[in-house]
Design a binder for this molecule. Structure first.
Ligand SMILES: Cc1cc2nc3c(=O)[nH]c(=O)nc-3n(C[C@H](O)[C@H](O)[C@H](O)COP(=O)(O)O)c2cc1C
Length: 175
């Protein structure tokens, strides 16, 4: 049995839902899993865990600055144990941008950090227009219009493939 930490950064909660699903899957394989919002405890000692998974969503083209900071602060501990990273964004709803070697945000992110996670994943996120502020809604609708996605301001669309989240859970349990 391994003691696994899943740490995440989220704005609207969807990355947390993905973490909860991963937790279920990894625990079902006989492991102990702790889940934590990165902002709640940026100084936590990840050295207490056998494996670490970090998940973060994209907002206006970027992962949050706290994600970079956390990775920098924990570089050596991340490198010295099995570790994984996953990104959540809506560009990933397109098959050709849904893999670690084809998702533009993940490719850019990996160039910006010196940590080399052993396992990577990309998950398509969720659009929830009614929940957004006026300007966020307009901005995302414009991006969706440009990329032929949903633009109805009432639309709530979840693009996540939960089977691929489960597959990644199995990978984390075995890494
Ligand atoms: C204000 C805002 C900006 C976003 N910017 C992007 C973006 O630049 N590219 C993208 O693929 N997805 C973008 N998204 C989609 C989010 O990545 C997606 O909604 C994800 O599920 C959010 O996860 P979270 O709830 O864990 O933060 C954006 C969403 C919002 C609300």
């Amino acid at each position: 049995m391994a003691n696994i930490l899943i740490i995440y950064s989220t704005t609207d909660g969807h990355t947390k839902r993905i973490c909860d699903r991963l937790k279920q899957m990894v625990e079902a394989k006989g492991n102990k899993v702790g889940g934590k919002l990165i902002d709640d405890d940026p100084g936590m000692d990840i050295g207490l865990f056998d494996k670490v998974v970090i998940g973060a969503s994209i907002r206006y083209g970027k992962h949050g600055p706290q994600v970079y900071k956390f990775i920098r602060a924990n570089h050596d501990k991340l490198e010295s144990r099995p570790s994984a990273f996953f990104t959540v964004n809506v560009v990933a709803r397109k098959a050709e941008k849904s893999r670690p070697d084809s998702n533009p945000y993940l490719l850019k992110f990996l160039k910006q950090i010196s940590w080399q996670p052993q396992q990577l994943a990309v998950f398509a996120g969720k659009i929830d227009y009614p929940k957004y502020t006026f300007w966020d809604r307009q901005a995302i609708r414009f991006i969706m219009w440009m990329t032929k996605g949903p633009t109805d301001p009432q639309a709530v669309v979840e693009f996540t493939d939960w089977d691929s989240v489960d597959d990644f859970g199995r990978v984390v349990a075995e890494m």
